[in-house]
Design a protein around this ligand. Structure first.
Ligand code: GLU
Length: 596
């Protein structure tokens, strides 16, 4: 039945469900799960915040049962793979930052990797780069997924649970199902035309007539429950070897389409690519900013170096004593110049000598700050600086200017702490909303299109496609310590706006007197060395938005930027967990005791 006829009725049903609590289902069936937004919570004993109430509850339950923050993060992430399947899952990859109770901060890079046989011209045909959708909806855009290896590695080294125990809550969610909400519906709607080409995607996420399932109906995923069970039984090898690996390779090499009128290009991933995949433990970036230490993700993500460079630029201003317009002008300009450097100098460090030390040097930041006119917005694109001259390791990679990619996908971020002071900030993704559009037949998860994060239109850029390489990311899972103790943990989805969102939250919280929930809720703007600054309508229409326009800023309206989550460790020993009050339908923040 056409969704449009049934939707008002179902809205009514959904509203009744929300008011009435448990979902009524026919006898003999177990109750499905449902997302219950709750943007803030304060309390003790650990905290979790994600975009989804079902995932946050799984994290809190794991903490209550004695699990640590890494255990709870993996439990919640596995649930998100079910309830947020268009943003993340085992078909993709991510970056997990962990602060250990002894104060050490480390990170795990489970970024997807280009199959060994990929070449720089993989997305160039007849001398012309493919358009984004042609590149994306294909087997070719899928990198070797890293999520399962990342979970396994993090649990092994920093958790107390096995992968088997950690994925158990997610198996139940996949089996019982959850109530489809408006966000989920809209994400399916955005992909429906492409899912229709792929029977496995179509049957999982569309009604028989090819329209999205209505809000208020139940989404189950028995194939994913079975896949998780196999991982629970056999560990990561179930995913990287054997039948699941076979099915991934087939779906990539021969996209499982039927009756498609568009071309779904094949990829070159092999069983060997999967077998040899490794998550990498990396030293995070560290930036001292106004007396606190900001840790974030090192290359191949550009998150840590770009947030860090912008903070170093901003440290030269007394932001707190400026008007909001003047402070935000400096925020936008610092971001503009940092993005010029990010675009030219960040790629997979195994393939390009990234001048991390130079990008994060205070002296380099001073040269960039000197280019900022306090009374006038610069005209983008501004050229990159030369961080190599400030790099103690003498990074010798030759940067290459590139236009900013301003696309924003979805992704998801979660932040978790436990009673012992372990803190996790984890961003993971399948790149675009809906990844490459291909649900691996019989396995219940979408593949990523992460390889479109390469500068795939260039055969010379440091971030060009190469076999075995990880595409540059913008993910910026961040943890801030004060005197070695946890102070803040934040992160967001949103493609390259991840960087500007994390930066803006830090500036709003540390410099501009906002609480963490206010810093997350406040309207956002993202300047990424593009002529116009992407901004939410509420930002453009605010007094500071008008003030910034008078300084020469032009804005490109964007419906929503990011979907952040964060934690603040309060002076009285409690933890404040904060999620979005409105973006993406509102997130879910909970604590182990005292606040919900
Ligand atoms: N693929 C993006 C990145 O790694 C994240 C996806 C998104 O949020 O757009 O930076």
């Amino acid at each position: 039945m056409p969704a449009v006829l049934t939707r008002p009725l179902l809205w009514l049903c959904a509203a009744t469900i929300l008011l009435a609590g448990p979902v009524a289902v026919s006898s003999g069936q177990e109750r499905p799960y449902r997302h219950d937004p709750q943007p803030t919570a304060v309390g003790h004993g650990g905290a979790a915040t994600t975009v989804d109430g079902v995932a946050t509850r799984a994290a809190i339950r794991t903490l209550r049962q004695g699990g640590n923050a890494v255990d709870a993060t993996v439990a919640a992430a596995a649930v998100l793979g079910v309830t947020e399947p268009f943003s993340c899952g085992i078909g993709g990859g991510g970056f997990m930052l962990i602060r250990e109770p002894d104060g050490e901060v480390t990170s795990f890079d489970s970024r997807e990797t280009a199959p060994a046989a990929m070449t720089p011209d993989a997305f160039i045909e007849g001398g012309t780069p493919l358009g984004f959708d042609a590149a994306r909806y294909s087997g070719r855009s899928a990198g070797v997924p890293g999520t399962v290896a990342g979970w396994d590695e993090a649990l092994e080294r920093h958790g107390t649970l096995s992968l088997r125990e950690a994925v158990r809550p997610a198996i139940d969610v996949a089996r019982r199902g959850f109530v489809i909400d408006q966000t989920f519906f809209s994400q399916v709607e955005g992909n429906a035309a492409f899912f229709k080409d792929v029977p496995s995607s179509r049957s999982l996420y569309l009604d028989p007539d090819g329209t999205p399932r209505d809000v208020g109906t139940i989404q189950r995923n028995v194939d994913l429950a079975r896949t998780y069970r196999a991982i629970a039984r056999e560990g990561r090898r179930a995913f990287y070897r054997g039948e699941i690996a076979q099915d991934i390779v087939s779906a990539v090499q021969t996209p499982p389409v039927a009756g498609a009128t568009r071309t779904w290009r094949p990829g070159v991933m092999t069983l060997r690519d999967l077998r040899t995949y490794d998550a990498i433990e990396r030293r995070p970036t560290q930036t001292r900013y106004r007396g606190v230490d900001v840790y974030s993700m090192a290359p191949p993500s550009s998150g840590g170096t770009t947030v860090g460079e912008a903070l170093n630029i901003l440290e030269g201003y007394e932001l707190g004593s400026l008007s909001r317009t003047d402070a935000l002008h400096r925020f936008l300009e610092a971001s503009r110049f940092s993005f010029a450097d990010r675009n030219a100098f960040v790629a997979d460090p195994a393939y390009f000598d990234v001048p991390v030390g130079g990008l994060l040097s205070k002296d380099f930041a001073a040269t960039r700050r000197a280019l900022i006119d306090p009374a006038r917005a610069a005209t983008s694109p501004v050229p990159a600086g030369d961080p190599r001259a400030f790099d103690p390791a003498g990074g010798d990679g030759a940067g290459e200017a590139a236009a900013s990619v301003t696309r924003a996908g979805t992704t998801t971020h979660l932040t978790v702490s436990d009673r012992d002071g372990q803190v996790v900030s984890y961003t993971f993704t399948i790149e675009s909303t809906g990844g490459n559009g291909i649900v691996v037949p019989g396995r219940g998860f979408l593949l990523n299109n992460e390889l479109t994060d390469f500068n795939f239109d260039s055969t010379t850029h440091p971030n060009r496609v190469e076999g075995g390489k990880r595409p540059r990311s913008s993910m910026a899972p961040t943890i801030v310590l004060r005197d070695g103790a946890p102070y803040l943990a934040v992160g967001s989805p949103g493609g390259s706006t991840i960087i500007t969102t994390v930066l803006q939250i830090l500036v709003e919280r540390i410099d501009l007197g906002r609480t963490l929930p206010e810093a997350i809720a406040t309207p956002r703007a993202a300047q990424r060395n593009t002529a116009s600054t992407s901004a939410e309508a509420a930002f453009i229409d605010s007094p500071e938005g008008r003030g910034l326009a008078a300084l020469g800023h032009t804005f490109a309206p964007t419906a929503e930027i990011g979907a952040a989550t964060g934690l603040e460790f309060l002076a009285d020993g409690r933890v404040l967990a904060a999620a979005e009050p409105a973006r993406r339908g509102g997130g879910s923040a909970r604590v182990v005791s005292g606040g919900g």
